[in-house]
Design a protein around this ligand. Structure first.
Ligand code: KG4
Ligand code: ZN
Length: 336
């Protein structure tokens, strides 16, 4: 079965082909980072316009490279939400048009399900598991007994983990998106120079809070001489990353304990973070839990994860009508 995936929920235009016989055959991502960098964050209207310009040419390139016609496919999977509504609409209407033109089944995929199933593109998932989804818009703990069944255990009370990386990076004068910058600079940082809070660590809830970090970083750097020394920036990045990773790890393993699962997974853009992968790998080993970090190309937004999630749904006999709507927010839903 060959499934075309389309992902346009935020600032990456991506199309992919998942083939049940060979895995991911194609995963094309056109990043808009340069477009939004100047504004220090994603400008929704600019994102929609760029998707509109880039999406169909990307589909054409994919088909040409694969020597396929639209009619040779077995389905179209498209991110229906959550995300920027205008950006989602470009992907959804394109997906519908392609499905209609070639009389192919259409499935709408929840963006978070895509991120979770990105793990299955790296190695077969061991289930039941607890998955920590951490991206620019989400920080959630999901209990997953099987593919297609998801139970939300808790999440952030305010900012998402990726937002904490991006907002504090902005404070430090680093370019957007901040996560990869902080990941890189933190390696040169020396521990102990700064101290940032780890909220809710003693709270029994499976919840996160990251909004206070921005204030803590601002307070810490406000009194420092300008321009900030590169070593000082690296030291702040180091401690900031430790604070975020400590918070994420503590609740991920608390959730795994609570649900008595044998495996944990990471999903979403923040799962590309080197320190988070290292810490989760070490603590999972100590607790004898199975863990394989997702391939980095499938950590951040991509259409391969959407194509694969669509394939799982189509294989189970699910399909959507052309009335399918996009949605800016909403919890992950089970279909199995
Ligand atoms: O999943 P994603 O590509 O888009 C959303 O659905 O939000 O996640 C983007 C987020 C951004 O906040 C970005 O800063 C963060 O993932 N991110 C990272 C790293 N790479 C991307 N955060 C920490 N370390 C990284 N290496
Ligand atoms: Zn995402």
């Amino acid at each position: 079965m060959k499934v075309l995936g389309i992902e346009t929920s935020c600032d990456d235009t991506s199309v992919a082909l998942y083939d049940s016989e060979g895995g991911v055959a194609e995963n094309l991502v056109s990043s808009q980072v340069d477009l939004h960098d100047h504004f220090g964050g994603v400008v929704p209207e600019l994102a929609s316009r760029a998707h509109l310009v880039n999406l169909l040419p990307l589909v054409e390139v994919l088909l040409e490279r694969q020597q396929l016609r639209l009619q040779d496919l077995d389905g179209v999977a498209v991110t229906a939400g959550p995300g920027l509504i205008g950006a989602l609409l470009v992907g959804l209407s394109t997906g519908k048009a392609l499905a209609m033109a070639a009389d192919l089944p259409l499935v709408g995929v929840h963006h978070i399900e895509g991120h979770i199933l990105a793990n299955a593109l790296t190695a077969e998932m061991q289930l039941p598991a607890v998955v920590l989804v951490a991206s620019g818009g989400h920080t959630e703990l999901i209990h997953m007994p099987l593919i297609g069944r998801y139970e939300r255990l808790g999440g952030t009370l305010d900012d998402a983990a990726g937002e904490a990386f991006d907002k504090t990076a902005k404070l430090l004068g680093l370019p957007y998106p901040g996560g990869p910058q902080i990941d890189r600079l933190a390696r040169q940082g020396t521990p102990g120079g700064f101290s940032f809070p780890r909220p809710l660590q003693k709270d029994p809830r499976l919840a996160f809070s990251f909004s206070g970090l921005k204030t803590a970083v601002r307070t810490a750097v406000d009194g420092l001489p300008r321009p900030l020394e590169p070593q000082t920036v690296a030291d702040v990045c180091h401690e900031l990353q430790e604070a975020i990773v400590d918070s994420l790890c503590a609740k991920l393993f608390a959730a795994a304990r609570k649900k008595h699962v044998g495996a944990v997974y990471l999903a979403g853009g923040v799962s590309a973070n080197g320190r988070l992968r290292e810490r989760v790998a070490r603590e999972a080993r100590q607790r004898r839990l199975h863990f394989v970090a997702p391939d980095r190309v499938y950590s951040t937004d991509n259409a391969a994860m959407i194509a694969y999630a669509g394939y799982c749904q189509l294989r189970a006999g699910r399909r959507d009508s052309l009335d399918l709507d996009s949605f800016p927010r909403g919890p992950i839903v089970s279909w199995a």
